[in-house]
Design a protein around this ligand. Sequence first.
Ligand SMILES: Nc1nc2c(c(=O)[nH]1)N[C@H]1C(S)=C(S)[C@@H](COP(=O)(O)OP(=O)(O)OC[C@H]3O[C@@H](n4cnc5c(N)ncnc54)[C@H](O)[C@@H]3O)O[C@H]1N2
Ligand code: MOO
Length: 466
Amino acid sequence: MHAPHAPAGHDADRPGLVPVADHLAHVLSRTGLVRELEVDVLDAPGRRLARDVSAAIAVPPWDNSAMDGYAVHHADVADASPEHPVTLRIVADLPAGSALDPALGPGEAARIMTGAPLPSASDAVVQLEHTDRTDPVAPLADTVTVLRAPTPGMHVRRAGEDRRPGDLLVPAGTLVTGPVLAALVSAGVTRVWLRERPRVTVISTGDELAAPGAPLRRGAIPDSNSLLLAQLVREAGGELQGVRRVRDDAAEVRARVLGATAQCGARPHVIVLTGGVSQGAFDPVKQAFAGSDRVRFVSVAMQPGKPQAFGRFGEPPDHGLGDPAGPERDGALVFGLPGNPVSAWVSFHVFVRPALLTMAGAPDHVVTPPRLRAVVETGWRTPGGRDQYLPARIRPAGPGDPGEAGGLLVSPAAALGSRSNLVASLALANGYAIVPTADQAARGGAPVAPGDVVDVVLTSLEPARA
Ligand SMILES: Nc1nc2c(c(=O)[nH]1)N[C@H]1C(S)=C(S)[C@@H](COP(=O)(O)OP(=O)(O)OC[C@H]3O[C@@H](n4cnc5c(N)ncnc54)[C@H](O)[C@@H]3O)O[C@H]1N2
Ligand code: MOO
């Protein structure tokens, strides 16, 4: 595993740039855990476990059969073969769900279905294909002839073989998915301690922004960032507290931020702003926090995503203090992301998502997404002096493709390559490629070329089209 967001090589010509890893470390150092709460296990899906969960009952709960067949005494049939078949008397019929525990004397067997509890007296199951009773729907006969000997314990699933009562079932930090829920209910767990979802307010800024679908006057564009970020928040396990659009007016931006953190009820843990963080004459987010030492503006050594604002501001989030002495006491976590849509998308993945996951108690290996290696299919230019984060189409190599079969291939999502305004092409990205500053320098500024190998991070498990 690579170091989290490997540091950008410090570029001598750009002394003001903060390495990506340093900015991320600063963000995470100011990020605490949200509150934990105990809920019914059926309300758990989609949230993370706050505490380890142990099995309350054995899984499986009792010895049972792994095959449709006949429960036997192993000793009775230890020498059975086609040449020396052994005939047993059938004394019981045990479908799955049967509560019976029939006594089996010597020379006796019970017909048994997959999942039915094994009679206490039995120590092996002969699958029906190894008997003379191969018709699964035939009425129960009086006898069965065993043609092949089972091994001792054959086709028996032992009580507790998966988990015994008290065994660790699922560790803290795990997201409750379908399989996790299946494990919890199978192990008799009825209540679990979860982290609440981090509550997030999204605020987009800009005089040019029109409501999605509204007619566009000259100069206007649809406000896509607020929808982009709202959906990314949901996908990262956050709970949307509100989505707002604000004009390029610093006083209004400040009022909105303060208003969000002061509202009655559940205040947001996080406020994500987009736009207005750069050098423009009307950049309202920058002006809204001017003079505040609580929200700082930095230039991060990444492309896109260079201008970033980050800090804590406003009232602390209520009903949500995981640790009252933790960083939450300093107000909501505030991110000011650049307005260019690709910059906002990359910035969310690199800084905001790790913070949301950390708040929810995700383990480090989840907070830091794995970097995979991919062979470049179509090349692209690099910016130089900043780590490049390129929206990419990533897919497994098939027959006739370059690289090893099953290995990953990567291409730019946009035909125009690495430009932070290409919002329409973002739809094709299922991840991003990372070309560190040092690697760009090592190649003397030459473009990334087909056949090169680069790091990629998947943002979706759905592979790109060939
Ligand atoms: N003189 C300089 N100009 C710029 C610099 C710089 O260093 N010096 N940095 C550039 C970089 S890099 C970026 S990134 C952008 C960041 O700009 P802002 O965060 O201030 O964002 P805006 O100026 O408000 O908008 C930039 C761009 O994005 C569009 N946008 C904004 N909000 C939305 C939205 N909600 N939905 C869709 N599109 C949005 C906006 O229309 C602009 O085209 O600054 C560069 N300039
Ligand atoms: O950093 Mo900007 O985010 O290059 O487009």
